[in-house]
Write a protein that binds this ligand. Structure first.
Ligand code: PEP
Ligand code: MN
Length: 276
């Protein structure tokens, strides 16, 4: 028996498919699907967010993203709009009919974020925040669990185990790059993690090529490689004007560049026999 009992293939031979019900039908994440989450790093303002959300919906994105509570390295950087950001996300969901995912940084914010989000995100920096994992594990909404940037596969799966063991079986693993000796990229993307996780676990696996590379020109090729490696979907940062973004502009795609990515990724998804 693997130490990550509930996350392991041995405990569950059937692939977990996470399902989110929307007025337009169910959005699914898991084996057999290529599900795309897109949106800016942070929700920066109402007009900007609604605009980008609408163009993403028109392009066929399945889920919108946007941080309202941002984990920032510097305490002086923009840390998100908080509750106002969540209200904007809810309005975008109303208008587009798309579900929204947003990060919950702190156990104290879970009730608030839960009220607005369709999917809760636990970020890389919080992957081993065990009390946060247990709290989202008590929620009845799916959780995107990003890989800690210094976490091994086993530590990551044990973090997922905390959520599963607390009762929440709707966990989506998101590879977002790890820290290595390389400095030309923000992180080093571990695409080998995708087939490995598919072997070790029944949980859906998605890849975030934006944080994984830190550089917008690398996002499209890495996104394609991720889907070719068997990822069940992607999380991509898209901003109307990346040069003006309050966070992660250098890795954000314009809506036009995202359209190009999605055109190419769809072809690979078809080759892989995935629905989107
Ligand atoms: C994010 O997706 O908003 C984010 C902060 O990513 P990560 O936790 O992977 O750094
Ligand atoms: Mn970001």
């Amino acid at each position: 028996m693997k130490p990550f009992r509930l996350a392991s293939r041995e405990s569950e031979s059937q692939d977990t498919i996470v399902e989110i019900n929307t007025p337009r039908g169910a959005v699914r994440i898991g084996e057999g699907y290529c599900t795309v989450i897109a949106g800016p790093c942070a929700v920066e303002g109402r007009e900007e967010y609604l605009q980008v959300a609408q163009s993403l919906q028109e392009m066929g994105v399945h889920i919108l993203r946007g941080g309202a509570f941002k984990p920032r390295t510097s305490p002086y950087s923009f840390a998100g709009l908080g509750k106002e950001g969540l209200e904007i996300l809810a309005e975008a969901r109303e208008i587009t009919g798309l579900p929204v995912v947003t990060e919950v940084l702190d156990t104290r914010d879970i009730d608030l974020v839960y009220r607005y989000a369709d999917i809760l995100q636990v970020g890389s920096r919080n992957m081993q925040n065990f009390s946060l994992l247990q709290e989202v594990g008590r929620a009845d909404k799916p959780v995107v669990l990003k890989r800690g940037f210094a976490a091994t596969m086993e530590e990551w799966l044990l973090a997922a185990e905390y959520i599963l063991a607390s009762g929440n079986r709707q966990v989506i693993l998101c590879e977002r790059g790890i820290r290595t000796f390389e400095t030309y990229t923000r992180h080093t993307v571990d695409l080998g993690a995708v087939p490995l996780l598919k072997e070790l676990s029944h949980l859906p696996v998605i890849v975030d090529p934006s944080h994984a590379t830190g550089y917008w020109r690398m996002v499209r090729p890495v996104a394609k490689a991720a889907v070719a490696a068997g990822a069940d979907g992607l999380m991509v940062e898209v901003h109307q004007r990346p040069e003006c973004a309050l966070s992660d502009g250098q890795q954000s795609l314009t809506p036009e560049n995202f359209a190009h990515l999605w055109d190419e990724v769809r072809k690979i998804a078809e080759l892989e026999g995935k629905r989107y």
